[in-house]
Design a protein around this ligand. Structure first.
Ligand code: SIN
Length: 316
C-alpha cells in the first residue's frame, strides 16, 4: 500500500492512492492512454516513468501499419483531432522489440491495447499478449474511429462487441477490458453486452468522431476527412458516460477522455472510475502524468480524501 504523507494545517495526514482493478493493484490510478505515450520507454528519457500506476501502449494489429495519409492531425479549441489509423509495427515486433525496451525501464503491470479488423484477429493478437508476463490487462480497442472495416465498427454494435469479447475471453486468462466508443446512442447497452459476454472491465471513452475544414482550400483538414476528437473539451461527455456505465455494470471501469489534472482524476473516480487514463494532455505536456500524480496528495487533502479507493462511484 503506497502511503503519501503531507503536512497540513490540521497536522500530518496519510493518504492512500492505491487502487484495485479486480485482482490487480496499482500504486496510483494514473495511466497514460494508448496512442499518446508510445511504448513508454520514449518518455523514460524525460522522467522516471515508474511513478505511473500503469501504462497502456499503442494499439496493436497483427500486421505492421503505416497508418493514414498525412495530414492526420487538426488543432481544435480544447483539444485536437487525430486520424492516425493505427500506425504500429505489428504484434510480433511489439513483443520482440518494443516490450523488452519498456521492461528495461518500467517494472509495473502494463496494459496491451489490442486492435483488429476481424473477430479472429482480435483473438489472435490477444493470444500473443496473453503470453507476456508484464501484460496485466488486455484492453480490447473496439472503438478506433480512423479505420474502415475495423475498430469502431465492432464497438458501435452490442452484438459485435459481445462477439469480440467472447472470442478474446476464450484465448486468455488475463483480465479483458473492452475500450468503448462514445460515438453511439446508448453506451450503457454496449457496456452491458460486453459484461454479459464475460468482460472483466470497461475502458471509456475513446475519441469522438469530428472534423475541421480549412477555409483557404475549402477541404477537410485531415486527409481522411474525419478523425477522433479528444482533449479537455470532451471531459464532461466522458464523465457522463463513465457515470452511466458505472451505474449499469458491476465490473471495474477505467475512465478517460480529456483528463488533464488531479481534480479531473478525482471527478472521474467519483463518477465511478477505478483508474483513470490521461490521453491528449500527454501530447501538449509530456510531463503531465508525473505532475498529476505528484499533485494528487494535495488535492486529496483539499477535499478531505484519505483514500482514493473510498471515493470510487461516490457521486452516485
Ligand atoms: C488511431 O491510431 O487512429 C487512434 C487510435 C484509436 O482511436 O483507438
Amino acid at each position: 500500500m503506497v502511503e503519501k504523507s503531507k503536512a497540513s494545517k490540521r497536522g500530518r495526514i496519510a493518504c492512500s492512492m492505491t487502487v484495485r482493478l479486480g485482482s490487480i493493484t496499482l500504486d496510483n490510478p494514473v495511466i497514460p492512454a494508448s496512442g499518446t505515450f508510445g511504448y513508454g520507454y520514449e518518455f523514460a528519457e524525460l522522467y522516471n516513468i515508474n511513478c505511473l500506476g500503469s501504462l497502456s501502449f499503442k494499439g496493436t494489429t497483427r500486421e505492421a501499419r503505416f497508418g493514414n495519409e498525412l495530414p492526420r492531425i487538426a488543432e481544435c479549441t480544447g483539444g485536437l483531432i487525430n486520424s492516425i489509423g493505427l500506425q504500429n509495427p505489428g504484434v510480433q515486433r511489439v513483443v520482440e522489440e518494443e516490450l523488452p525496451r519498456l521492461r528495461a525501464c518500467f517494472q509495473k503491470p502494463i496494459i496491451a491495447n489490442i486492435c483488429g479488423f476481424s473477430v479472429e484477429e482480435y483473438a489472435e493478437n490477444s493470444a500473443v499478449f496473453d503470453q507476456e508476463e508484464q501484460v496485466a490487462i488486455l484492453e480490447i480497442n473496439v472503438s478506433c474511429p480512423n479505420v474502415h472495416h475495423g475498430g469502431m465498427t465492432f464497438g458501435t454494435d452490442p452484438k459485435m462487441a459481445a462477439e469480440v469479447t467472447r472470442a478474446v475471453k476464450k484465448v486468455t486468462t488475463k483480465p479483458v477490458y473492452i475500450k468503448l466508443s462514445p460515438n453511439v446512442t446508448d453506451i450503457v447497452e454496449i457496456a452491458r453486452a460486453c459484461e454479459d459476454a464475460g468482460a472483466d472491465g470497461i475502458s471509456l471513452i475513446n475519441t469522438m468522431l469530428g472534423m475541421r475544414i480549412d477555409l483557404k482550400s475549402r477541404k477537410p483538414v485531415v486527409a481522411n476527412k474525419m478523425g477522433g476528437f479528444s482533449g479537455s473539451a470532451v471531459f464532461p461527455v466522458a464523465l457522463r458516460m463513465v457515470y452511466q456505465v458505472y451505474e449499469a455494470v458491476s465490473i471495474p471501469v477505467i475512465g478517460m477522455g480529456g483528463v488533464a489534472s488531479a481534480r479531473d482524476v478525482l471527478e472521474m473516480m467519483l463518477a465511478g472510475a477505478s483508474a483513470v487514463q490521461v490521453g491528449a494532455a500527454n501530447l501538449a505536456d509530456p510531463f503531465i502524468c508525473q505532475k498529476i500524480i505528484s499533485s494528487l496528495p494535495e488535492e486529496m487533502e483539499r477535499y478531505r480524501i484519505n483514500s482514493l479507493e473510498e471515493i470510487i462511484g461516490g457521486a452516485h
